[in-house]
Ligand binder design. Sequence first.
Ligand SMILES: NC(=O)c1ccc[n+]([C@@H]2O[C@H](COP(=O)([O-])OP(=O)(O)OC[C@H]3O[C@@H](n4cnc5c(N)ncnc54)[C@H](O)[C@@H]3O)[C@@H](O)[C@H]2O)c1
Length: 250
Amino acid sequence: MRLSSQVALITGAASGIARAVAIRFAQEGATVMAADANECGGSETVDLVHAFGGKAQFACLDVSQPEQVRQVVQRTIDELGDLHILFNGAGILAYGTVLETTEDAWNRMMAVNLTGTFLCSKAALTHMVVKGHGVIINVASTTGSHDACAHAAAYVTTKGGVTLLTRSMAIDYAKQGIRVNAICPGPTDTPMLRNALTLKELEAFARTLPMGRLGQPEEIAGAALFLASEDASFVTGAVLYVDGGQTAEV
Ligand SMILES: NC(=O)c1ccc[n+]([C@@H]2O[C@H](COP(=O)([O-])OP(=O)(O)OC[C@H]3O[C@@H](n4cnc5c(N)ncnc54)[C@H](O)[C@@H]3O)[C@@H](O)[C@H]2O)c1
């Protein structure tokens, strides 16, 4: 029970990586506010947590909407008693070069992936600074943090931004007892990736990786647990690649 008596707000918790994080954190004793724009998937995550006796609630949230973000953070504190950990897992992916990316698509990607991370962190920090403790874990990506990739101009730009926002917040709030780190997953088997690529493309992609396979959401959750726990008490500003060796050879 590495997170007993901790309260965690997890965005994007209806699916993929953040769902696995919600389950793992709850298994380790945390009380979880599972927030997502997808009500159906979010409720499923809560049911999965309740099934093993864990503690979780669902909050409907579009991370790009400042007022909704403030309300969900306040609700977490009011109903769950505190806010120790924020996991910024909500994200979207669309491919395209600059010429292929419409202004609307660009703006939406920025609003969810980058501004969403900023807004949730800002609302959580307001509380964490007063309390003198807190952990924020952002989700960047190998793509956009370590390197760029073709045909993903908006996505890689948001992830590069998340990486630098992580470092910036880590420096600014270190003396106030708040640790801020980023995880950069490599290709991970989630609905996001399965919607973006065909099965054949996924299998071919997996074969190019040093481990020869995709990551599983639970393997990203294991890294998130480390960063959330006291084992990472001297870790802040880190950009942790959890990628089966992908970035080792780029
Ligand atoms: N899967 C990968 O290979 C991979 C690799 C690197 C980074 N990532 C990042 O990991 C994070 C999670 O991705 P995933 O693969 O689990 O994807 P996913 O699509 O399975 O889950 C993303 C979740 O975010 C939610 N979401 C989207 N827009 C939202 C909004 N405006 N407000 C609230 N919730 C919203 C979705 O409803 C969904 O539940 C993303 O930031 C993604 O960019 C994923």
